[in-house]
Design a protein around this ligand. Sequence first.
Ligand code: ZN
Length: 227
Amino acid sequence: MNNKEIIKCQFSKRKKELINKIQELLNIQQVKLISYFDDKDSFFYELGQKNGLYLNISYLGRGPFKENELTEVFDHGNYDHLIWISKEISECEEIDLVWTYSHELQHLIHALEDPNISIISDYIWKVWGKMDYTKHWLELPNELDCEKTAKKITEIIFDKQICKNYIEKKFGLQFKAKLDYLKNVISNNIYEELKKIIIENKFIYLKFENEISKEYNINIDIAEFIN
Ligand SMILES: [Zn+2]
């Protein structure tokens, strides 16, 4: 089955072209991906405030998406991957859409390289949620890499100066400095960097294993990842 885009919101022809262009730049293959540009925002799905989301359906199920039009798509199609983009971003400026969609596609690329990246990062994220640590999301190596990709694609499609102004205006100088700093301290080996996060605080991650497994009805074996 081919990759498919479902556009529920207001979307210009130019935005459709940009979506294709980003897929081409990132060399996205046909992998049963559904890209869903919603006419609903993240609060509808009780996702907090989120611009977009990548979900490895084949490994992690439906995630936060309960029964609705979106999940009907899963039922009728045989999809392995979902990229969900909120109404807010889909209907925003082209540059916002380019940034967010590139970011989420990079999550897909990670999952294709190694499905463990999706599983382990999802688990760390859930633990961070319990420890009120989510404002440090950029320190997750996969998130950092996705932001690096978003920046790279935005620079190619617009230009370096426009991208620089966008980052400063949208995310602020502090974010820019943090991105530049982390790029130098976190290596490109995402799986090893994720493992490092768990090993450094092994007991915290092991402690939450049962609680999170129950809460999300999933089977996690953290020891298996770090041994
Ligand atoms: Zn992300």
